[in-house]
Structure formats: C-alpha cells, structure tokens
Design a protein. Structure first.
Length: 262
C-alpha cells in the first residue's frame, strides 16, 4: 500500500508533470527535421549527402565533368574546314542519350564561325566528335570545343563490339588531281544487326597533328558480318600518315538502330 505522501506525489506527477513532459516531447520531436533526400545531411541509408541508398545515386547527383583532350580544325578547301574533338565520359555508370556541343573556329581577330551538334555517350566512353565541311568567310587558325548540355542517365549499357580489322591509306588520282583515301574493314562481333552505324575516321601524322577527319553513316550492318568503309579527301595530305583512328558507334539507346537479335 502506498503511503498518503506517496499517493500525493503520484497524483502530482500524473496531473502536472506527465502532461508537461508529453508536451515537451512532442515539441522537441517537431523541432527535429524529418530525414529526407533534400536535408543536406547524410542520413537514412544514404552513402553520400542526399544521395545513394533510397535517394538518387551519388554519381547522378554529382556527375563528373566531361574531359576534352583536344579540338582541332583541318582545311578541306578554301574557307572550308573539318573539325574534331576527342572527349571522354569520366562517369563509371552514367550514359547520355543527348550531349549538346559547340565548335568555334577562330582567326587572329576572334571568332570566325560556330557550329552546334548533338551526340550520345556510353559510360566511360572515349570517342571523337566530328563536324565536317564547316564553311567560313575568313581563314581559321584554331578551333575550340565545349559541352553545352548533357542529359545524364543511370544507364550502364556497353558499347557494341565492332572491330576495325584493316585500315589502309593511299593516294589516288582523280583525273590530274591527287586525293587521299582511307578504306577500313569493319567486323560486327556483337549479337545484333544494326540499322545504322556512325563510322568516324581521323588521320594523324606521327606527331599527332590532325591531317583529315570524316564521319560516314553505314546501314544494315549484320551480326558476324563485315563491311568495307571508304573515305576520300579532295587533296593529298600535307604530312606523313602515322595513325588512322577508326571508331564505329551505334546508338543502342535508340531502338530503331537495332534490327533484330540473332
């Protein structure tokens, strides 16, 4: 049995102190923000600040910038240039179905002309971006390349396996004029037939200077088959050919590019 004093203390606790404690509990609880993917804290099951776990992936929230190795222009004819840039997607798991870019040609006085374009990129892909036949009103002496916009997606698709088995450079005559010609034999090692394929060819001298670039669209490239791609330039290159860089690219993010599985 409780004593009279104990009963009075219990009564005071129930009537006065307990409600005050309950109110204080709810006030304190309400003052503590609810964990979320936007509270600038690493909580819940996050692996970074507001990313990972049940939140957006950290790589998608904080993507690495595109790496640009070089951008160059090579004259094709008077006031006409082919331009190219070599870039790399440094993200391990992010691809993009829409990369918007811009080339700018300069002379000693400033910008001569610009051209924008779009491409796609696989995760960790290193590739060329080529824009042929840019017309100008003044002679250009350098090129710059920049990324305007990238739509990143958590897509870990692997690029199709297309092998350049043979690369051959020759100088051919068209009437009394010499032309440069590159022919390449490609082998589709993948298990898919492709409706269209973009073939990029960059010819460099032994010092790495750009001699010529071209971009060619090939069609109906069947699995386990070969195609010969030929590129012709209207003049003989002004240096000794050292490297023929060939890249075959298929946009598998576009379902229309794949004809049928084997």
């Amino acid at each position: 049995m409780f004593s009279w004093r104990s009963r009075r203390q219990l009564f005071v606790f129930v009537i006065v102190i307990a409600p005050i404690m309950a109110i204080g509990f709810f006030v304190i609880k309400g003052a503590i923000p609810v964990s979320s993917c936007f509270d600038t804290r690493q909580n819940q099951d996050e692996t970074g600040i507001d990313c990972g776990g049940s939140c957006i992936s950290c790589e998608l929230k904080y993507p690495k910038p595109m790496r640009v190795f070089w951008a160059r222009a090579v004259p094709v004819r008077e006031n006409s240039y082919d331009v190219a840039a070599e870039i790399e997607n440094q993200n391990e798991f992010l691809s993009s179905v829409n990369v918007e870019y811009e080339f700018t040609l300069y002379d000693q006085f400033g910008p001569v002309t610009k051209r924008t374009g779009k491409t796609f990129l696989y995760a960790q892909e290193r590739t060329l971006v080529i824009e042929p036949n840019i017309e100008t009103t003044r002679s250009a002496n350098r090129a710059e390349f920049r990324i305007i916009h990238v739509d990143w997606q958590d897509k870990r698709n692997l690029a199709p396996t297309i092998i350049a088995e043979r690369r051959n450079y020759s100088v051919v005559k068209d009437h009394d004029k010499k032309q440069s010609e590159v022919d390449v034999t490609l082998f589709n090692k993948s298990a898919f037939d492709f409706a269209k394929m973009e073939v990029q060819i960059a010819v460099l001298d032994k010092e790495g200077n750009l001699l010529g670039v071209n971009k060619i669209m090939a069609e109906n490239f069947l699995s386990q088959s070969r195609q010969v791609i030929k590129s012709v330039w209207p003049q003989e290159f002004g240096g000794e050919v050292g490297v023929i860089n060939v890249q075959s690219r298929v946009n598998i993010f576009d379902p229309d590019m794949i004809l049928k599985p084997q």
